[in-house]
Design a binder for this molecule. Structure first.
Ligand code: ZN
Length: 106
């Protein structure tokens, strides 16, 4: 046995099988598009010990890519915010409208 944390699943025939905890699949729904996404729960906990299974949200890969792109656009735009034209400010406002409060992790 090369693992120390495992769970046990009892099969119909009464036989009990051990499964290494990190091999268990966990899923969540992307709060943006509702796509089911598999997550590595133990990796997530290692990066964020405050994870709450009742409220933590995980975005799917494609929504994450979209948000990353928007964040990059906003960062480039904010670099020049003091000298921004009304047209650019309007574009920035439109970009920010795509976020809701929960997505604003700079
Ligand atoms: Zn999504």
């Amino acid at each position: 046995m090369e693992y120390t944390i495992y769970t046990k699943i009892k099969e119909r025939n009464g036989k009990t099988t051990e499964i290494c905890a990190v091999d268990l699949p966990f899923y969540c729904r992307c709060p943006e598009c509702n796509k089911e996404t598999e997550i590595s729960l133990f990796d997530e906990i290692a990066h964020n010990p405050d994870i709450d299974p009742f409220s933590s949200r995980f975005y799917c890969e494609s929504c994450t890519a979209v948000f990353d792109e928007i964040r990059e656009q906003v960062k480039h735009t904010l670099d020049d915010v003091d000298n921004m034209s009304a047209e650019k400010l309007h574009a920035l406002s439109n970009l920010l409208d795509k976020f809701n409060e929960d997505c604003m992790e700079w």
